[in-house]
Write a protein that binds this ligand. Structure first.
Ligand code: GRF
Length: 204
């Protein structure tokens, strides 16, 4: 059974969807721990499902690296096979990315590489695009720059505001996340970055 750690900062609706999926008897992964960078509403979902949780408050540490070291220490207690950033609104320090890569994935409410960063939904609206999307990526040291492992388009509708558009994107994010976790549990290479294209044959 694949052991999954989920890191959150907010309401945790994607976490909740994963907890629901994982409570199905045939789901091949279990959420073993939930962590957060601040006290937040999403921790209540962990409690409801009887999953242990921890908070490593970002603001209590002098540097991002110090915070990351404590976060990694907490995660290591649970030996997670996969770490899911599900609305964690902090950039992980490179030491933490290197420690777990490529076993850290992130959900994002846009069709990456379009609209990276913390205001993806607002940015898509401001750009006036007809469609945006949802993505799951492998985390690297950049801001939403890692390899895309699943993504899907979501239309922007007339009259959409940031809330209505985000609420249309989130169910897609959840479905993609659950699919990726299931795939990773049954064939771990599935979350690995796509193989690079073969080099063209040398000219004779
Ligand atoms: C999701 O759209 C996530 O991709 C973004 O923040 C949202 C988190 O929502 N970074 P929730 O905390 O799962 O409700």
């Amino acid at each position: 059974m694949l052991s999954v750690a989920v890191l959150i900062s907010g309401g945790g609706s994607n976490l909740r969807a994963l907890l629901e999926a994982a409570s199905e008897p045939d789901f091949p992964a279990q959420v073993t721990v939930v962590g957060a960078d601040r006290p937040c509403d999403g921790l209540a979902h962990a409690e409801e499902y009887g999953i242990p949780s921890f908070v490593v408050p970002y603001t209590r540490f002098a540097t991002r690296a110090d915070w990351g070291a404590e976060l990694a220490a907490q995660l290591d207690i649970w030996h997670p096979d996969l770490i899911v950033l599900s609305g964690l609104m902090r950039l992980l320090p490179p030491e933490v990315v290197a420690r777990y890569s490529p076993r850290i994935i992130n959900t994002h409410p846009a069709y990456l590489p379009e609209f990276p960063g913390p205001h993806a939904v607002r940015d898509a609206l401001a750009a006036g695009v007809a469609q945006t999307g949802a993505s799951v990526i492998i985390v690297d040291d950049g801001v939403d720059t890692g390899p895309v492992i699943a993504q899907e388009r979501v239309p922007v509708l007339p009259g959409d505001d940031e809330h209505t558009l985000h609420e249309r994107i989130k169910p897609v994010e959840r479905r993609l996340l659950i699919d990726v976790v299931r795939r990773h549990a049954t064939q771990p290479a599935a979350t690995a970055a796509p193989a690079p294209a073969p080099l063209p044959a040398a000219e004779e």
